[in-house]
Design a protein around this ligand. Structure first.
Ligand code: PEP
Length: 255
């Protein structure tokens, strides 16, 4: 059976103190429940040390919440003012790094070749990339969503060796659903996730069966269970709703 994962992408939200409160509340909820899902939070870089210490301090044979980052540099080190390297994230005990979020592609010009560099650095540093793909509204209106998502996968993930691909998590995030309140139907999500698995299988064979594929895009407590009930939807990458411990927890409990 594939891993079930719910990851929160806080984006550029919360002060460190607000982030601490959020994680404190979440730890209390998650520790008392028997959740089927692995829980990840991806706060801003500035919060990683503090939040990382909090989630590790609660270790009691099980770490209830794992730490992820939202991005990393495409270079290992050096004169890149303002950047944060994969090695730095590893040194903060990050286990996951989101790579290629649509906001990074759209506002920071990230493309296939730069994303590949980041992906490799994340893997080389022993962390797991959460690689995001997804079409824009115009692409879907033009019925090009499969072509666009297929190309996003081929241009980056097809360059990996099987042993590296094994470590990847994919997140399907239709851009028209991110932060818009408009969610893909569970059928639309399932169709795209099955397509993604097929594209991965064309290159990597059976390995595709073990790759978690998360859905992201206005996922909330009211629609999570329906989305997660689909056989190829292995969890969610949650933006807005991850900023409320209660909503995020209800999504975690939707499996
Ligand atoms: C995201 O940014 O990854 C996301 C899915 O955002 P939201 O849940 O707010 O649509």
């Amino acid at each position: 059976m594939r891993r079930k994962i719910v990851a929160g992408n806080w984006k550029m939200n919360t002060t460190v103190a607000e982030g601490e409160t959020l994680v404190k509340e979440l730890l209390e909820l998650v520790e008392e429940s028997d959740t089927a899902a692995e829980v990840i939070v991806c706060p801003p870089f500035t919060h990683l040390d503090t939040i990382g210490r909090m989630v590790r301090a609660n270790y009691d044979g099980k770490q209830y919440i794992q730490l992820g980052a939202q991005n990393c540099a495409g270079q290992p080190s050096g004169a890149f003012t303002g950047e944060v390297s994969a090695l730095m994230l590893k040194s903060l005990s990050c286990k996951y790094v989101i790579i290629g979020h649509s906001e990074r592609r759209e506002y920071f010009g990230e493309t296939g070749s730069s994303l590949f560099q980041k992906l490799i650095l994340v893997i080389q540093n022993g962390m797991t990339p959460i690689f995001c793909v997804g079409e824009k509204l115009k692409d879907r209106e033009e019925k090009r969503e499969y072509e666009i998502v297929g190309d996003q996968i081929k241009e980056v993930l097809y360059q990996l060796k099987g042993a590296d691909m094994e470590k990847v998590i994919i997140a399907y995030e239709p851009v028209w659903a991110i932060g818009t309140g408009r969610t893909a139907t569970s059928e639309q999500a399932e169709e795209m996730h099955a397509f993604i698995r097929k594209i991965v299988s064309d290159k990597f064979g059976k390995l595709s069966q073990q790759i978690p594929i998360l859905y992201g895009g206005s996922c909330k407590p009211s629609n999570a269970a329906e989305l997660f009930s689909k056989s190829n939807v292995d969890g969610g990458l949650i933006g807005g709703a991850s900023l409320s411990s209660e909503d995020f927890f209800r999504i975690i409990k939707s499996f």
